[in-house]
Design a protein around this ligand. Structure first.
Ligand code: IVH
Length: 707
């Protein structure tokens, strides 16, 4: 794309008018590409360029949610790359809705309908009102009561076949045996993710180092459009059914009756839907739904009105892609102006420093807002925020309010520019922005290097410290670590090793008397802890939880430096880029610039040094034995494990093989020497057989390595 670079650079600096223009242009472009792809089966653009356009649109829409077009192509398909699902033609097109923005627009809507139907102004016209759910629309086709197809909206005429994904959703009935359920029936509705589930998903994503979703709608779309349906299954998606496609006969004469039948058949329907007699009642309900908006567990962006009588709906028909008998009454942008009192820096569980605006409380769309997100350091600089400024705050589809801009005319004389801290406000350690050595760009997020000493991170770090690939302490997991922290029993790794002694001296009420513990489990725990008083060097290094140092990197380091003493010394010397130590570290095969800086930063931090020192008073790191030098039958061989292993966990089998000098990889190729296949082995086994790779059972493998 010729304008790719330009667009990316300007993304953050757009004003709303520019953003509106660009959203319009992008939406139109994407719609054209969708049309050539869906209708002509001839993509007019390659996947990467198409995805770039979509991502840009999504980014703009999440920064300026009010500017999103109601029929935005981003609503049609998820944020995932295009063209991966089979296409399905909808037997009845999936339409979009016209918009009303004011009470007057609603009056016009009703007048138009009455004129069209030849009704008098005072004639009754029942209209339903229900929330407009901010999710993604879906069509579900049932044949003989059985769910046979789930399809996204796509361009309205053709969508994508996501049946396998739909099948994982608990909310959706797979089989309906009611006598009056039509033989062929397509129900339509909106898939969404609740606020709580969205927040929990993002927490999980952050913990796993995965990308965060901007809002529940993107999370729902991204979760549904997964080729790996186990991912969809793990995401808590929900649905409201509000319409239908091919359907014969219909179970009622009005919109409301059909929806009530849906409920009877087991489909989730929105509980706020009502029938109203006139504009006055509709507006009252609109206001009521708007009032409830903030406390609903899901995002809505307006109220949808539909003519209740289905014979009227039939007569009214459609104009272009929208029905004449329905309209969406959108909520106005929720914005307010208030004073920025302060910017607080919060430290996340993984050490990220996040600025939060502390605001003079202000009501935005029915909710009192006193905190708002500022995203990151660059955002604050870009907006030029001063403490004391008047700022515009917006509550969007997102649950977290945002600071949109500064009202410069109202800047008080004594407003102070905000300087982002360079040290962690929780533990005082340096906070750094990593530089990606390839792109030379700084990470957007500044992170605390305090790791094991930082109270904000300690729970995460200690859980990591006791985890399987690190100290692997039996009976001690995240839950126990959390309780120990809460009870004040530990605050750093060394404390785990002094716990028994302190317990014996009864410095605090004994562990065996505490909830979840008893005589036996305490004895076992202390035994498990003591067993780790000598620890292999790689486990120790991994256990420190240094950023970017995973189990494999830890092993590389252990192998290279041999003893903790030597490793430790070298890491301190490596702080000088001219040193041999720096050279050596960067020369280790498999260690790049990011890892090297993370190591140097970690050991440059006095706080970390203190924690490591205390730990070393309790545990003895073993000299790393370079077992490869003892050449075994499998030294230098490439091995793949597949299927179920009965004697070892996968991690342990890998570890053992590596200690014997084998290279363990995940997939079979012509270079593979052995495939160790347990019960349930599938495609890897087939591939190995096809490539003539030696296949061993777990027993055969054990016999081989015990020679
Ligand atoms: S009715 C023929 N009802 O809004 C009319 N749509 O702008 C079909 N939507 O694509 C739509 N909540 O994804 C209807 N209660 C609701 C809705 C709703 C959300 C979405 C739907 C549609 C878009 C139209």
């Amino acid at each position: 794309m010729s304008n790719k670079g330009k667009l990316d650079i300007e993304l953050e600096a757009l004003d709303p008018a520019q953003a509106e223009r660009e959203i319009g242009e992008l939406s139109a472009q994407i719609r054209l590409h969708d049309a050539s792809y869906y209708q002509e089966d001839a993509p007019s653009i390659d996947d990467a360029a198409y995805d770039h356009l979509r991502q840009r649109l999504l980014a703009l829409e999440s920064t300026f949610p009010q500017l999103r077009l109601d029929d935005s192509p981003s609503l049609a398909v998820g944020a995932a790359p295009s063209g991966r699902f089979a296409k399905v033609r909808h037997s009845v097109p999936m339409l979009s809705l016209g918009n009303a923005f004011s009470d007057a627009d609603l009056d016009d809507f009703i007048d138009r309908i009455k004129r069209f139907l030849g009704l008098d102004e005072e004639d009754e016209l029942d209209i339903t009102a229900e929330p407009k759910i901010d999710g993604l629309s879906i069509s579900l086709r049932y044949e003989g009561g059985k769910l046979v197809l789930g399809a996204t909206r796509g361009d309205g005429a053709t969508g994508e076949n996501v049946t396998n994904n739909i099948m994982t959703m608990r909310d959706i009935p797979k089989q309906i045996s009611a006598d009056d359920f039509p033989d062929i029936f397509e129900v339509r509705g909106e898939i969404y993710m609740s606020h709580d589930d969205f927040a929990a998903l993002n927490t999980r994503q952050e913990k796993a180092g995965q990308k965060l979703f901007a809002n529940p709608r993107n999370a729902a779309a991204g979760s549904l459009r997964q080729l790996d349906t186990t991912i969809t299954a793990s995401r808590p998606l929900q649905i409201f059914i509000y319409a239908w496609g091919e359907a014969n006969p219909l179970p009622g004469k009005t919109q409301m009756q059909v929806i009530e039948s849906f409920a009877r058949w087991g489909f989730p329907i929105n509980p706020l839907m009502r029938v109203c007699k006139d504009a006055k009642e509709l507006i009252a309900l609109y206001k009521e739904i708007e009032r409830q908006r903030a406390s609903l567990p899901y995002d809505i962006d307006g109220v949808v009105y539909k003519v209740n009588r289905l014979d009227y709906q039939d007569r009214l028909g459609f104009v272009s892609r929208s029905p004449r008998w329905a309209i969406a009454h959108k909520f106005p942008a929720e914005k307010a102006t208030t004073r920025l009192l302060d910017i607080e820096i919060q430290v996340g569980r993984t050490g990220s420093l996040t600025p939060v605006a502390k605001l003079e409380p202000v009501t935005v769309g029915g909710v009192v807002v006193s905190n708002a997100t500022l995203h990151n350091e660059d955002e604050i600089a870009r907006k030029g925020l001063h403490i004391g400024d008047m700022v515009v705050v917006q509550r969007a589809g997102d649950v977290i309010p945002q600071v949109v801009e500064v009202v410069l005319d109202k800047r008080p004389r004594d407003a102070v520019p905000f300087a982002f801290p360079k040290v962690c406000p929780v533990c005082g350690a340096h906070a750094v922005r990593e530089v990606n050595p390839k792109s030379g760009e700084k990470d957007k997020i500044r992170r605390c290097t305090g790791g094991l000493t930082c109270a904000a991170q300690i729970k995460e770090r200690l859980s990591h410290f006791v985890s399987r690939n690190a100290f692997d302490i039996d009976g001690l997991g995240e839950k126990q670590v959390e309780a120990f922290l809460e009870w004040g029993l530990i605050s750093n790794p060394a404390d785990l090793f002094t716990l028994e002694e302190r317990d014996r001296l009864d410095e605090f009420s004994k562990l065996k008397n505490r909830e979840g513990w008893g005589e036996k489990s305490v004895v076992n725990l202390f035994a498990a802890i003591n067993e780790r008083r000598s620890i292999s060097l790689d486990r120790l290094i991994y256990g420190l939880g240094i950023r970017h140092v995973g189990a494999t990197t830890a092993k590389l380091l252990a192998r290279n430096y041999g003893s903790f003493e030597h490793f430790h010394e070298e890491m301190k010397l490596a702080a000088d880029e001219q040193s041999d130590a720096w050279q050596e570290l960067n020369n280790i095969d498999g260690i790049g610039g990011i890892v090297a800086s993370a190591l140097i930063d970690f050991f440059a931090e006095e706080h970390n040094e203190a924690v490591v020192g205390a730990l070393l008073r309790e545990v003895t790191p073993l000299i790393f034995e370079i077992e490869e030098q003892v050449v075994t039958v499998v030294t230098g061989k490439t091995v793949v494990f597949t299927g179920k292993l009965t004697q070892f966990s996968r991690a342990e089998a890998k570890d053992r093989a590596e200690r014997l000098g084998a290279k363990v990889v995940g997939s079979v190729s012509a270079k593979t020497d052995y495939l160790v296949a347990g019960p349930g082995a599938g495609s890897k086994l087939k591939k190995a057989e096809a490539l003539n790779v030696a296949v061993l059972s777990e027993e055969e493998w054990l016999a081989l390595i015990s020679d």
